[in-house]
Design a protein around this ligand. Structure first.
Ligand code: ADP
Ligand code: ZN
Ligand code: ZN
Length: 744
């Protein structure tokens, strides 16, 4: 690894700085004498830019400046990129097509000055379990909701928690801790540092043979100290988390450190508590709703070597943890690992690239690995590790299909069969989850009699209905046709335009099952820092027999009492215009099925669909991931979609429709002329499902094929020529998305 901090005698009069702007050039600044000793490659600095100040990264030391007058660096910031992280950022910029400064921006927290870390209230705390249980605690602290929240959180964590976590990560104040100490609800404890391995032994007595095999392989990879990637494929409840915990404990007990990526931390309070029990103060939890100061604090603790395990969402992949040895990417198939804004990186790819640069072991884990990762495993670029059964032999729930062509909906978007199962579950004192997938605003057309949907003849993707023009459009290739009035397969006029909301289901269900407690979990009910947690906690009390939700409900929870999962309308995701829609539907339904029957009782998953013959369901019923993927990969190979090609989605926008169309056409023509040389296919321009966003018109062009960096650079250069060449090109904007996960 290249040395990062400045070596003696390595001073230079000038530095070249990458600024977070969409330009490829670097900016030269003079190094003032008093800052010289603190400036090195990777350091974040504050510099004058035009009439304002900007922060950027020093990427080169220079002996001379090309300019006669060069402005000086204004200040040195606390944060910096190590040599390896700077390399990672360089790769990100070139692969995802953004500037070095833009990529660096994503890898660092906002810079703070040490002064902001003044409040020093230290120590370790533990909740004293209340005599009368949680209810007693709640009545005791009724008048102090924040204190109650803290007390419950301490209880949940099941161990000792440090002041830094309580204040920095959980957002409580010193006064809240002091109040709990005064009231005898919490106590201070001694700082002890037992081996994390001891804590593990007490929680799970013995690993299963499969877990043992997987852990041995991971430890072997770690011991080799070379780059190695493993795919841990384990059905829900098969003990993957236990394997991650032990691999991490192994690393920590040998002086190393880890990063564990999870899709959305607020959906995983139970998993976080398990990590907390084992790693206590040696870990930090990041989540997407941290403030800048909180992010900086974690960065700082990691950089100083205090924090040895960082658990967090995609941006945690850039944590500067010292002696990093292992990166775990849990639920690697989850599309939240892809960042929507610049730089549009995928954290799984970033983890693998960081692994290569720093010779780490990277473990990708999933119950339903992505087609991309599975292909790598099949071709033996990843070590494939499998946990095929649930721990303790818990059986997987039975999956029944309801054919909505034959069994129309009775009420609340439920068929009579589902209503009957719901009523039974309520009667038996069990809990149920109803799942309604919702992605974007797209509308597709489906026949209510036979399940036929209008699809593009070129792309095998559902056509999107546009009310304004009364036409159906393919937003991959631009194919359009006028809206049909009758089903093209059976002639029925009972056409259905998709779209039902969770709120509506809740209302209807309340009317159908009066007196039954219903919880709803969607974007509306989970606002705020503690939103998800609140809903999950309410459901875990058992007082609400039914939880209705969007895809949020499908993720990692563990509710032993859930015996029924209903999927109201599987087409909602199956017909989403995305080449991954079958894969996503399969993954999501298998995942949501994994929520049922974890307590060991007989459980059922009821999937309502118009197309029970779709291959997704054939394999879903058997929980047959391999069978599904075999067929899915064959389809992808045939149509040359990833993982058998790469895709770039070029999304253009402008307030002026005519300017946009002309410029995009010009660019597309040019790219098409170059396409043969690079062996790529150019689809479009086409209108996206939502044609106008915030008053800007949009057009999409999709490039598909073996997209090398050289090819991508040429296409981007063509865009730059267009913008700089005048003729209205300057009024358009390009959103360049490499390996897109979303086509909205
Ligand atoms: P996954 O991450 O694959 O969903 P977990 O690691 O969360 O699975 O394990 C599921 C449940 O089984 C957890 O409650 C965990 O404590 C328990 N568990 C895991 N491994 C074992 C084991 N070897 N013996 C007993 N219980 C286990
Ligand atoms: Zn029909
Ligand atoms: Zn098409």
């Amino acid at each position: 690894m290249p040395a990062t901090k400045k070596l003696p005698g390595q001073t230079a009069p000038y530095v070249k700085v990458a600024l977070p702007l969409p330009v490829t050039n670097l900016f030269t600044y003079e190094v003032p004498q008093e800052l010289a000793s603190e400036i090195f490659v990777g350091r974040r600095v504050e510099v004058p830019f035009g009439r304002r100040l900007a922060t950027g990264i020093v990427v080169e030391l220079a002996q001379e400046s090309d300019f006669e007058r060069t402005k000086p660096v204004r200040a040195v910031m606390e944060t910096y990129l190590s040599g390896a992280l700077l390399e990672l950022v360089r790769w990100m910029a070139s692969y995802y097509g953004c500037s070095l400064g833009e990529a660096a921006q994503a890898a660092l927290p906002p810079s703070m000055r040490r002064a902001s870390r003044e409040r020093k209230f230290e120590g370790l705390f533990r909740a004293i379990p209340p005599d009368g249980g949680r209810d007693a605690l709640r009545s005791k602290l009724r008048a102090a909701p924040r204190q109650l929240a803290l007390a419950e959180r301490l209880l949940d964590s099941g161990g000792t928690v440090g002041a830094e976590t309580v204040i920095g990560e959980w957002g409580f104040a010193v006064t809240h801790i002091k109040a709990l100490l005064d009231k005898g609800v919490a106590e201070r404890c001694e700082a002890t540092s037992p081996s994390p391995l001891d804590d593990l032994e007490t929680s799970v007595a013995e690993l299963t043979a499969d877990q043992r095999r997987a852990l041995d392989a991971i430890e072997g990879a770690l011991a080799s100290e070379r780059f190695s990637s493993c795919l841990l494929h384990g059905v829900t409840g098969s003990g993957k988390t236990e394997v991650y915990l032990r691999a991490a404990a192994w690393v920590l007990s040998r002086g190393g450190a880890c990063i564990v990526l999870v899709p959305e931390i607020s959906l995983l309070p139970q998993a976080v508590a398990r990590y907390r029990r084992v790693f206590g103060e040696r870990m930090a939890v990041m989540h997407s709703r941290l403030t800048g100061t909180e992010r900086f604090d974690i960065w700082d603790r990691a950089e100083r070597g205090e924090c040895r395990l960082v658990l967090g969402p995609r941006s945690a992949v850039f944590s500067p943890v010292k002696d990093l040895r292992l990166i775990v990417v849990d639920e690697e198939q989850d599309d939240s690992y892809k960042q929507d804004d610049k730089p549009r990186y995928h954290a799984r790819n970033a983890a693998l690239m960081r692994g290569k640069l720093e010779k780490l072991t990277v473990v990708l884990g999933s119950a339903t690995p992505s087609a991309e990762s599975l292909r790598h495993a099949l071709e033996e670029r990843y070590v494939y590790l499998s946990l095929p059964t649930r721990v303790g032999g818990g059986s997987l729930p039975a999956i029944s299909l309801v054919d909505l062509k034959k069994e129309p909906l009775e009420a609340a978007f439920c068929s009579s069969y589902l209503v009957e199962r719901l009523e039974k579950s309520v009667r038996d004192g069990h809990q149920s989850i109803l799942f309604l997938n919702k992605r974007g605003h797209s509308r597709f057309i489906q026949c209510n009699a036979c399940g036929w949907t209008a699809r593009c003849k070129n792309c095998d993707i559902a056509l999107i209905y546009h009310r304004v023009a009364n036409r159906m459009k393919c937003h991959y290739c631009g194919y359009t046709k006028s809206t049909v009035a009758k089903c093209e397969k059976c002639g029925s006029a009972r056409l259905f335009f998709s779209g039902a909301g969770t709120q509506r289901v809740e209302l209807d269900l309340a009317a159908l099952l009066p007196g039954v407690g219903i919880l709803r979990m969607d974007a509306d009910t989970t606002a705020g820092k503690e939103g998800h947690r609140r809903v999950l906690e309410q459901f875990s009390t058992g007082r609400y027999p039914i939880l209705i939700g969007t895809q949020m409900v499908s993720k990692g929870h563990h509710f032993p009492n859930v015996s029924l999962v209903g999927v109201l309308y599987a087409e909602e995701s199956l017909n989403y215009p995305d080449f991954r829609s079958a894969e996503r539907t399969f993954q999501q339904l298998l995942q949501v099925a994994g929520r049922a029957g974890r307590g060991g009782s007989d459980a059922e998953v009821v999937v309502q669909t118009f197309t029970p013959d779709h291959y997704v369901f054939k394999y879903l019923r058997e929980h047959d991931y391999s069978g599904f993927m075999r067929e899915e990969l064959a389809v992808r190979r045939e149509l040359r979609y990833p993982p058998f090609s790469r895709i770039v989605l070029a999304s253009f926008s402008s307030v002026r429709k005519d300017v946009l169309s002309a410029a995009v056409q010009k660019w597309t023509d040019e790219v098409r002329r170059m396409s043969a040389r690079w062996g790529v296919e150019v689809l479009g321009p086409a209108a996206p499902p939502v044609e106008r966003v915030k008053n800007r018109y949009r057009e999409h062009v999709l490039i598909k094929g073996p997209l090398t960096s050289a090819a991508k650079n040429e296409f981007l250069a063509a865009y730059r020529r267009l913008v700089e060449g005048g003729g209205g090109g300057g009024a358009i904007e390009l959103r360049w998305d490499v390996d897109p996960e979303s086509f909205g």
